[in-house]
Design a protein around this ligand. Sequence first.
Ligand code: SAM
Length: 225
Amino acid sequence: MRELLKRRIPNITEEACDKFVAYYELLIDWNARMNLTAITEPDEVVSKHFIDSLAAMPYLADGTKAADVGTGAGFPSIPLLIMRPDLRLTLVDSLQKRVTFLNEVCKTLGLRAECVHARAEDFGRDPNRRASFDAVLSRAVASLPTLLELTVPLLRVGGKAYCYKGDVGEELKSAKSALHLLHCSAEVVPVEADYGARTLVICTKNAPTPAAYPRKAGMPSKKPL
Ligand code: SAM
């Protein structure tokens, strides 16, 4: 795994390699007791979880304050934090046992991050959280119209949501109304991958989010904007 990491991630330090290996070991160990990932082969974990998670790294300025909505086992946050300890990350997931796992990962790897058990809909209505982030990251959580309602309220005006996606053609068309209602614009950036299409949909928040959004828990997925 160390050789592969060194080949795939230019300038990776020995310390970062150690942390990726420790993260992998925790992932496999805890995965035996709870559902964290279906991908467990070392090479696949490196390319489909670790490297994929780093796609937003070049866009995040030093010290960016970001939330990872629906982080699950810590993707994309934990790989980003291993490479970029300057980032100020809040990891959010609606499943308590995944948050327990994430706290253990942060403790073992010596990473500074806040791990929060919450639904994104409630988190986005909390006055202490709403409009307080420079960036929101989200991977494999929901279709774009739903995801925009879960992420955009958390951004300050001018902030960006980085949605990790595959081939996004039809999904982008279906997000037209959500982009309009949430005062956002989107660009699609291709991401290099050795297994199928990967893209980042980067959505910029151009004006404050109307108070009606996010709607109550469950609504963004039940009736997408
Ligand atoms: N982002 C991780 C990844 O790329 O591997 C996890 C993806 S997993 C398929 C989706 C995660 O989103 C789950 O851990 C789930 O608990 C969480 N999730 C789904 N809906 C959510 C919501 N409304 N608020 C917070 N977390 C949510």
